[in-house]
Design a protein around this ligand. Structure first.
Ligand SMILES: Cc1ncc(CN)c(N)n1
Length: 221
């Protein structure tokens, strides 16, 4: 077992982590073969995830222990609220997603649970808890979508979603997040480490449920 907190947390959750990064959702997105109904369900739910995710970034900014991490996190929030937000809007246009579905869709159970987890981490006002969830959300997408030598599928809805999670800025951010969680892990007591570890595990499980659920018909909750 490694000494690094982020590695130890990932190792503890490795089977579920691997199930996520090899999930058919990621394979089909990368192949450009994802069914439009699945893509549509995913994007509609994920836009609601992103809403709370940006609030979590705000909480991480507020609870961080210095200006340098705040700058990093704020720069990342700027990317999500610009390039990623316009990706969603353009995809919604292409997939004929109504304004109501963009803003107030019925939520899947994993979306509700993920929003609750992020809200709980934010309200804890503990930087380590926020970082644990961020490490999962972004580390897992980097591992899933950033494959060496991959060629991008033709449709922008697939290609851009991959590119948003496989580029130098994103690699650099995740490459900063992991040691940042390690650094915080060293500065908190065992109870606080266990608390952050629990956020990490719950977030990994929710990532899997989130992918699984978009393959189920809308009334399946
Ligand atoms: C559910 C979820 N997890 C992670 C990500 C990556 N930003 C996302 N878009 N959606």
């Amino acid at each position: 077992m490694t000494d690094r907190f982020s590695d130890a947390l990932q190792a503890l959750n490795q089977p579920v982590w691997d199930a996520c990064i090899h999930h058919r959702f990621i394979d089909e997105m990368r192949a450009g073969s994802l069914d439009d109904a699945v893509l549509r369900r995913y994007l509609v739910q994920d836009y609601q995830f992103i809403n709370q995710f940006v609030a979590l970034l705000g909480a991480a900014i507020a609870s961080a222990d210095g200006f340098a991490p705040r700058v990093r996190l704020a720069q990342f929030a700027a990317m999500i609220t610009s390039d990623e937000n316009t990706y969603f809007q353009r995809s919604f246009d292409t997939l004929a997603v109504s304004q109501q579905e963009r803003e107030t869709p019925p939520l899947n159970l994993p979306t509700v649970q993920f929003q609750a987890l992020m809200g709980q981490a934010a309200r804890s006002q503990k930087y380590a808890n926020c970082l644990a969830v961020l490490c999962v959300a972004e580390g897992l997408y980097l591992d899933g979508f950033d494959q060496p030598g991959q060629s991008l599928p033709p449709r922008f809805e697939h290609a851009e979603w991959i590119s948003l999670h496989a580029n130098d800025f994103f690699r650099d951010f995740v490459g900063w997040l992991r040691p940042e969680l390690d650094r915080m892990g060293e500065s908190i007591d065992p109870d606080a480490r266990a608390e952050a570890a629990d956020y990490f595990s719950r977030a990994v499980a929710l990532e899997q449920a989130f992918f699984d659920h978009v393959y189920q018909p809308p009334s399946a909750d």
